[in-house]
Design a protein around this ligand. Structure first.
Ligand code: PMP
Ligand code: GLN
Length: 391
């Protein structure tokens, strides 16, 4: 978290966004949409401000949003949640993950993640005094594959938690039902807690099915499911997220949340509640359109990257594609990512930023860079044209 000089280390997203701004590069690094979410949802937030929803809301989140989160989970996945005890509203999924880990882990507990992993996980595991044990995803037959036996081998006497993420940032992998069943078996066999980050739950392509691991047998009682409005509704700056699961686990998260942020985004909560309830079907239509358009934008970027000389693993979900620069002769993706803005005017994020130093996965993925396709088609076309300059 802190570098050798004692300064707070910037996240790679902030670093690449700064670099893109300084060089005037197209920022395909940090994943955020360049078109806002639906107008009816932003109007609901404006109306909530004007109606006086501007002071601290209840710590667990307003009842309407907790009810909407429960209704959404029932409608999409058949999950049965008590809005009063099994739903907690958080300041984005980021706080949900942090409060879950800080609330459930004691120093020395081991946490398994899938490497490459979203960057906040390593930081929060460290803040909790826990031990991070990443298990690598390997590229097999053009896809990132989970080696369940490797997960099983990584479990030891101090292992307390599996921290999962599907659809997976940065690889765009969507864990299949059978992979999740195998992970669930490991969790049941070793009595592990599961925390699952599902912020891209609705952004899947080519018919890939998103399965919450909490829907599998024996899992609801040991799993905290985390999501947020940022990705589903294209309002990443609103930072409204939620954690759901059994009451005793949610209570542990809520205990910590009280002292991290106390409450979250008063006027955004009623707006997100209305969107999730989706009484008129407008959210469903929006999200279906977003996923379809993202699939097309993914294709545009993937084809452009291949044409520029990269190898790509075509993602089936998320905002991101991982591209391998090795065919271009670039073995060091971190160096390439730092050079790209000045060389061709495009920014990406090195996959090494999602790896632990020194792991085999980190070495295997050293030449890879993550690019986002959650940008307007014209922007992606321009980026793709610029990337041709690498040849
Ligand atoms: N988890 C993953 C996997 C993400 O990609 C992100 C960032 N978009 C987050 C969590 C953070 O979500 P939020 O903005 O809701 O805190
Ligand atoms: N989740 C987004 C990404 O992976 C942005 C995260 C951030 O800026 N912290 O790019």
């Amino acid at each position: 978290l802190v570098d050798a000089a004692g300064a707070v280390r910037q996240t790679v997203f902030a670093e690449m966004t700064d670099l893109a701004a300084r060089t005037g590069a197209i920022n395909l690094g940090q994943g955020f949409p360049d078109v806002d979410g639906p107008a009816h949802v932003s109007r609901a937030a404006v109306a909530a401000i004007e109606a006086g929803h501007n002071q601290y809301p209840p710590g667990a989140g307003i009842p309407a949003l907790r009810e909407a989160v429960a209704a959404h989970a029932a409608r999409h996945y058949g999950l049965d949640l008590d809005p009063d005890t099994e739903v907690l509203v958080t300041t984005g999924a980021t706080e949900g993950v942090a409060a879950a880990l800080l609330g459930l882990l004691v120093p020395g507990d081991e946490v398994l993640t899938l490497e490459p992993f979203y960057d906040s996980y390593a930081a929060v595991i460290a803040l909790a005094g826990a031990v991070h044990v990443p298990v690598g995803l390997a590229v097999e037959e053009g896809a990132f594959a989970l080696d369940v036996q490797a997960v099983r081998r990584a479990v030891g006497p101090r292992t307390r938690m599996l921290l999962l993420n599907s659809p997976h940032n940065p690889t765009g992998t969507v864990l299949s039902r059978s992979e999740l069943e195998a992970l669930a078996e490991v969790a049941r066999d070793h009595d592990l807690l599961v925390v699952t980050d599902e912020v891209y739950e609705h952004l899947t392509y080519d018919g890939a099915e998103h399965v919450p691991i909490s829907t599998l047998p024996g899992m609801a009682g040991r799993t905290l499911r985390i999501s947020s409005a940022g990705k589903t509704l294209s309002f990443t700056g609103w930072k409204v997220g939620w954690v759901t699961g059994p009451a005793e686990l949610v209570t542990a998260v809520r205990t910590v949340k009280q002292f991290l942020t106390y409450t979250s985004g008063a006027p955004f909560q009623p707006a997100v509640a209305e969107a999730l309830l989706d009484a008129d079907g407008a959210t469903h239509a929006y999200v279906a359109g977003l996923a379809a358009s993202l699939a097309a934008r993914r294709d545009l970027l993937c084809e452009g990257l291949v044409s520029a000389g990269f190898d790509v693993v075509v993602p089936r979900g998320t905002y991101f594609v991982v591209a391998d620069a090795a065919p271009l002769g670039a073995e060091d993706g971190a160096r390439l990512a730092r050079e790209l803005p000045a060389r061709v005017g495009v920014a990406g994020v090195p996959v090494s930023a999602f790896c632990q130093d020194g792991t085999a996965t980190s070495a295997a993925l050293a030449s890879r860079v993550r690019f986002t396709f959650v940008k307007r088609e014209a922007v992606l076309r321009e980026a793709v044209q610029r990337l041709e300059g690498l040849r």
